[in-house]
Design a protein around this ligand. Structure first.
Ligand SMILES: Nc1ncnc2c1ncn2[C@@H]1O[C@H](COP(=O)(O)OP(=O)(O)OP(=O)(O)O)[C@@H](O)[C@H]1O
Ligand SMILES: [Mg+2]
Length: 231
């Protein structure tokens, strides 16, 4: 939106905090975390299990709201938007690859990839060939009509990858996208994510437990004690 004024910064989060209330206990997961993501940049995020990596990604992808702090994407302050506006914004600007796929069980691979486009109001005839091409590019041309329950974990993860890319979003948030994959399939997924980001000058934030993947990013940040620090 504000290309001329943002110095190439796509996403900026300041003073980000997230508390969960568990009965009488207060769990402070994020405390004053800061992150800036530039256009074309790939950032990896590492940290112990339970450190808050998925929580952080959900906030950056507008799937949840912070307890405190401010997130700006493409010059838009997310806190100023209604839930309805956020849903549209998310669909247009963010591709999310969840830690556990979250594909729709009743839909085929092809239909799952079409969903974000349909939500944006794009016609089925426009979105269908794009979704099919994306599934081919992740090696799933033989699985177009399969439902998730009839696919392996790695195949489901690749459907999720195609779904995240279908609206050509400025930002892809990937939560351990290779967590359940063998080395060879993991490499396919990483090459696709990196290729998409580099070729289109998009941005990628990837959470990973694998040091070799974390190192391939432009920058690696560690989430510790609720804050992000350079690795
Ligand atoms: N909805 C919730 N309500 C209460 N506590 C939650 C909720 N979601 C997450 N938590 C807690 O917040 C902490 C951070 O969870 P999160 O899923 O962000 O960790 P993570 O860094 O992604 O871990 P992993 O590497 O295992 O995926 C954990 O202690 C978790 O139990
Ligand atoms: Mg997680």
């Amino acid at each position: 939106m504000n290309d001329a004024h943002d110095n190439g910064v796509l996403l900026k989060a300041e003073g980000l905090s997230k508390d969960y209330h568990d009965g009488t206990r207060l769990l402070r997961v994020l405390r004053d975390a800061e992150i800036e993501v530039r256009r074309g940049e790939i950032i990896s995020i590492v940290g112990a299990s339970g450190a808050g990596k998925s929580t952080l990604l959900h906030l950056l992808g507008a799937l949840d709201r912070p307890s405190a702090g401010k997130i700006t994407i493409n010059g838009t302050d997310l806190s100023a938007m209604s839930d309805q506006q956020l849903a549209v914004f998310r669909c247009r600007s963010v591709g999310f690859i969840f830690q556990f796929h979250h594909l729709l069980a009743e839909f085929s691979a092809l239909e799952n990839v079409c969903v974000p486009g349909l939500i944006l109001g794009r016609g089925f005839h426009e979105i269908h060939p794009e979704a099919e091409a994306l599934l081919r590019s992740v090696g799933l041309e033989e699985r177009l009509t399969h439902r998730p329950s009839k696919m392996s974990g790695g195949e489901q993860q690749r459907v999720a990858l195609a779904r995240a890319m279908v609206n050509n979003p400025d930002l892809i948030l990937a939560d351990e996208p290779t967590g359940n994959l063998d080395t060879e399939t993991a490499e396919v997924v990483i090459k696709l994510l990196w290729g998409h980001t580099r070729e289109k000058n998009k941005s990628l934030v990837i959470v990973t437990h694998e040091p070799d993947i974390a190192k391939r990013a432009d920058r690696c940040l560690r989430l510790r004690d609720g804050r992000l620090i350079p690795e």
